[in-house]
Design a binder for this molecule. Structure first.
Ligand code: SF4
Length: 294
C-alpha cells in the first residue's frame, strides 16, 4: 500500500510560532497558563499539558495573578490585556502576527467610522476566539456576519468597512461582499458607495483549499486529520469530500478502521492548519500496521 502525507498539511506559520513560544516558556520549568486551548487539536493540547501547560478559561483568568499567561494565535480583545496587567501577570504573546495586523486595521477603521455612524462588518463565525478579538477592537460594535441573512441589522445608507476572519473561504467572502454592494446600491449611486473591503483571509488557509482539492484526487482513500473544534478543519474536510467521496475524518489513530483499507492501494493523509505533523505520522504508521496484518 502506498501511503502519502500531504507535505502542505499541518500547522500554519502562526500556530508553529505559538507552539514554539509555549515550549520555550515551559522549558524554564515555571508554570505557564494558556487562555483557551492553545490550538484546536485535542491531541496537541494533551501533549503540551503533559509538558506542564495549564489551559484556563476567561473566568479562571479573573483570579490568576503574578503568573505567566499565554495568549494563543487567535488573539484577544484589549479587555483581556487590561485584566492581565491589572493582576500583574506576565504576557507570553502568541497572537499570530497576521491576526495582530488585522486587529490594528479593524481598530483604525472603527476610529474612522464611529463618528460617521458607519458599520464594521466582520465575515466570520460568531463566538470564534479570533472574531471575539476583532470585535473587541470596535468596543463590541461590529456586526458579525456568517450568512447573508445576518445582514438585516446593517444600515446600508452609511459607510461600511468589511473584514473577514482569517480562516474563512474566499467564495463565501465574495458572496457577502456582492450582497452588501447590492444593498448599498439601493441607497447610494454606483461609483460613490462608501464600502471599504479588506482582503483579510489568510493566504496560508486559502491556498490550502486549492491545493487539497487537487491532492485528494490522487488517492483511493483520504484520511483527513483534525480536531472537532477546528473551523478551518471543517472547511478543508468539506473540500476533501467534494473532491474525493472516499474521505474519512479522524481525530486520532484510534479512530481508524482496518476495513477501510481492504483492497486499497493508495492512501492520502492530510489535515488542517491546527493538525500536528506528528499526529499524521502516527496515523500513517497505524495504517501500515493494518497493511502488515492483512
Ligand atoms: S491561519 Fe493564518 S492568520 Fe491564522 S494563525 Fe495561521 S498563519 Fe496566522
Amino acid at each position: 500500500m502506498h501511503i502519502e502525507i500531504d507535505t502542505k498539511s499541518g500547522f500554519c506559520y502562526g500556530v508553529v510560532k505559538t507552539i514554539k513560544l509555549a515550549e520555550d516558556a515551559l522549558a524554564n520549568g515555571k508554570p505557564v497558563y494558556c487562555l483557551g486551548d492553545i490550538v484546536h487539536n485535542d491531541e496537541e493540547v494533551k501533549r503540551l499539558k503533559l509538558k506542564g501547560l495549564t489551559i484556563i478559561n476567561h473566568e479562571q483568568l479573573q483570579s490568576i495573578s503574578n503568573a505567566n499567561v499565554m495568549i494563543r494565535a487567535h488573539g484577544e480583545p484589549s479587555s483581556t490585556y487590561n485584566l492581565l496587567n491589572k493582576n500583574s501577570n506576565t504576557l507570553t504573546e502568541g497572537t499570530c502576527p497576521i491576526v495582530l495586523k488585522l486587529q490594528k486595521k479593524v481598530r483604525a477603521a472603527w476610529e474612522e467610522l464611529k463618528d460617521k455612524q458607519g458599520t464594521i462588518i466582520i465575515y466570520g463565525k460568531k463566538g470564534h476566539a479570533e472574531v471575539i478579538g476583532l470585535m473587541g477592537q470596535t468596543d463590541g460594535n461590529a456586526i458579525i456576519v456568517d450568512d447573508i441573512a445576518d445582514l438585516q441589522d446593517v444600515d446600508f445608507s452609511k459607510p461600511i468597512a468589511l473584514f473577514s476572519q482569517t480562516t474563512q473561504q474566499p467564495e463565501g467572502y465574495t458572496e457577502i461582499t456582492n450582497a452588501i454592494k447590492l444593498k448599498m446600491l439601493s441607497h447610494i449611486a454606483e461609483g460613490e458607495i462608501p464600502l471599504k473591503i479588506t482582503n483579510s483571509i489568510c493566504g496560508h488557509v486559502s491556498q490550502r483549499g486549492e491545493h487539497l482539492a487537487e491532492f485528494v484526487k490522487n488517492y483511493e482513500i483520504i484520511i483527513f486529520v483534525s480536531g472537532a473544534k477546528s473551523s478551518n478543519g471543517k472547511i478543508l474536510l468539506d473540500i476533501c469530500r467534494k473532491n474525493n467521496s472516499n474521505t474519512h475524518w479522524v481525530a486520532n489513530a484510534e479512530e481508524l478502521h482496518n476495513e477501510w483499507f481492504t483492497n486499497v492501494n493508495t492512501v492520502g493523509i492530510c489535515g488542517a492548519t491546527s493538525t500536528p505533523q506528528w499526529l499524521m505520522v502516527d496515523i500513517s504508521q497505524k495504517i501500515k500496521s493494518f497493511d502488515k496484518n492483512n
